[in-house]
Design a binder for this molecule. Structure first.
Ligand code: GDP
Ligand code: IMO
Ligand code: MG
Length: 426
């Protein structure tokens, strides 16, 4: 069986924590899209791990962790990630990488910076990791894949071709210096040697794993509202974090993903630019940011804070065919007198319960809220969900009622044991 973990909001919902938690019951954990724009944090004991490319199952010994075909891999960052984990005594024996994954090249990172600067007053607020430009080359059928990296001649040929165009762009359009073929060849030759033993055909590998009765866990990056097709375009990332992307990006046929779990923060955050109807200006948003330590894992930027938006969650339910929700960071809401949950939007004189495609229409959406009382008890220390204060349990029930989805997990802290299992997922 294959279970997918997807973000329901604008990323940073706690996918890393939930993936790590569920990995205990899985055999094989697969990242299916995105790249080093992702920052997934896992806390085990006193140790804090931040993953950008490596699947969040790697902390459990004996699991296989595959960087899937839909991921764009930055080998330089991956090497650092591998090195950091090795230093912490984590075995990377189970790490694999798809031969079809595309490679983020130094010129992609540079282009990301230059394009953001060109957008002037209306940037996307990207992570500047080269994600958009790498996916652009993939779609234009001029990307470099892991398989090419391993083939010295193919790599030289593809890189020479790419650099001809890119260096013209750097010099002619942006007026900056280009990149040297020989320097990249030397640098990437070393990455090729390090990566070679990890490379697999991802789809074939997973097919065999399923045939042996292994359990597969797909780990999404970003979130539904950052999805290239179903998010707040153009303020999105350049891949498909939705569950359908899990099929494409792993090479598992659509019907094989039997359960999709949507990860939802108990409130909402967004890092980067773009519309955000339930955004809170000032207090209590500032308080949530401090208590929840809402600063980007990848870029350190303060995250924008908003109330929980069930229009967004229902959009995520539909486009991902969610079976369950995992509600995270509920502990962060402790101490707030009253909590708001958005149930619909008022948009140009009409009440709507869907996300309009037009950006200006979405920008005109004003949230309609349902208010519910808060609680004062520290949830992070309570063992049993049944012992939670009534207001907190009511909040969880409201989320279930307003989305029509059962909440399978409630997370009240970054650690594994701070996870309440209300329904078994595997
Ligand atoms: P991801 O990108 O979806 O994996 O999420 P991030 O790791 O970027 O951001 C989530 C942050 O919240 C991380 O710092 C986690 O350690 C932390 N976290 C996860 N679940 C909980 C929770 O239930 N309570 C609290 N207080 N922190 C949590
Ligand atoms: P995880 O996996 C939150 C946002 C950026 C920007 C937009 C496009 O940790 O949830 P990109 O660099 O992808 O071209 O930037 O998407 N973004 C994220 N926001 N969490 C992430 O990943 C994100 N990855 C990209 O801030 O608004
Ligand atoms: Mg993150």
């Amino acid at each position: 069986m294959a279970v997918a973990v997807v973000g329901t909001q604008w990323g940073d919902e706690g996918k890393g924590k939930v993936t790590d938690f569920l990995s205990r019951q899985a055999d094989c954990i697969v990242r299916y899209q995105g790249g080093t724009n992702a920052g997934h944090t896992i806390v085990v004991g006193r140790e804090v791990y931040k993953f950008h490319t490596i699947p969040s199952g790697i902390l459990y010994p004996g699991k296989t962790c595959v960087i899937g075909s839909g991921v764009v891999v930055d080998p330089k960052t991956l090497m650092v990630e591998i090195e950091t984990l090795t230093q912490k005594g984590i075995s990377l024996e189970g790490l694999k990488i798809s031969d079809r994954a595309h490679v983020i090249m130094p010129y992609h990172r540079r282009l990301d910076e230059l394009e953001e600067a060109r957008r002037g007053q209306s940037p996307i607020g990207t992570t500047l990791k080269g994600i958009g430009p790498a996916y652009m080359d993939k779609v234009a059928r001029q990307g470099i894949r892991v398989a090419d990296l391993l083939d010295e001649d193919a790599f030289r040929e593809k890189l020479s071709f790419a650099l001809k165009e890119k260096n013209q762009l750097f010099g002619g359009v942006f007026g900056v210096e280009g990149f040297s073929l020989d320097e990249i060849l030397a640098e990437f030759g070393e990455y090729a040697s390090s990566l070679r033993p990890l490379v697999v055909d991802c789809s074939l590998y997973l097919d065999r794993a399923l045939a042996q009765g292994k359990k597969i866990l797909l780990e999404g990056a970003q979130g539904t509202m950052l999805d290239l097709d179903h998010g707040t375009y153009p303020y999105v990332t350049s891949s498909n974090p939705v569950a359908g992307g899990g099929s494409v990006g792993s090479g598992l046929g659509p019907g094989l993903i039997t359960t999709v779990v949507g990860i939802a923060k108990a409130y909402t955050t967004r890092v980067g630019d773009g519309p955000f109807p339930t955004e809170i200006q000032g207090a209590p948003g500032d308080r949530i940011r401090e208590v929840g330590r809402e600063y980007g894992t990848t870029t350190g930027r303060p995250r924008r804070i908003g109330w929980l938006d069930t229009v967004v969650l229902n959009h995520a339910r539909r486009v991902n065919n969610l079976k369950y929700l995992a509600l995270t960071l509920l502990d962060v809401l402790t101490g707030l007198e009253s909590l708001k949950i958005c149930t619909s939007y008022e948009c140009r004189g009409e009440e709507i319960r869907h996300i309009p495609a037009g950006l200006s229409q979405f920008q005109d959406c004003r949230p309609r809220y349902f208010e519910t009382p808060g609680w004062r008890e520290d949830l992070s220390r309570i063992e049993d969900f049944r012992d939670f204060p009534g207001e907190a349990r009511r909040y969880v029930r409201l989320v279930e009622e307003l989305t029509g989805l059962p909440v399978a997990l409630v997370s009240v802290g970054p650690k594994r044991h701070q996870t309440k299992v209300l329904k078994q997922i595997f």
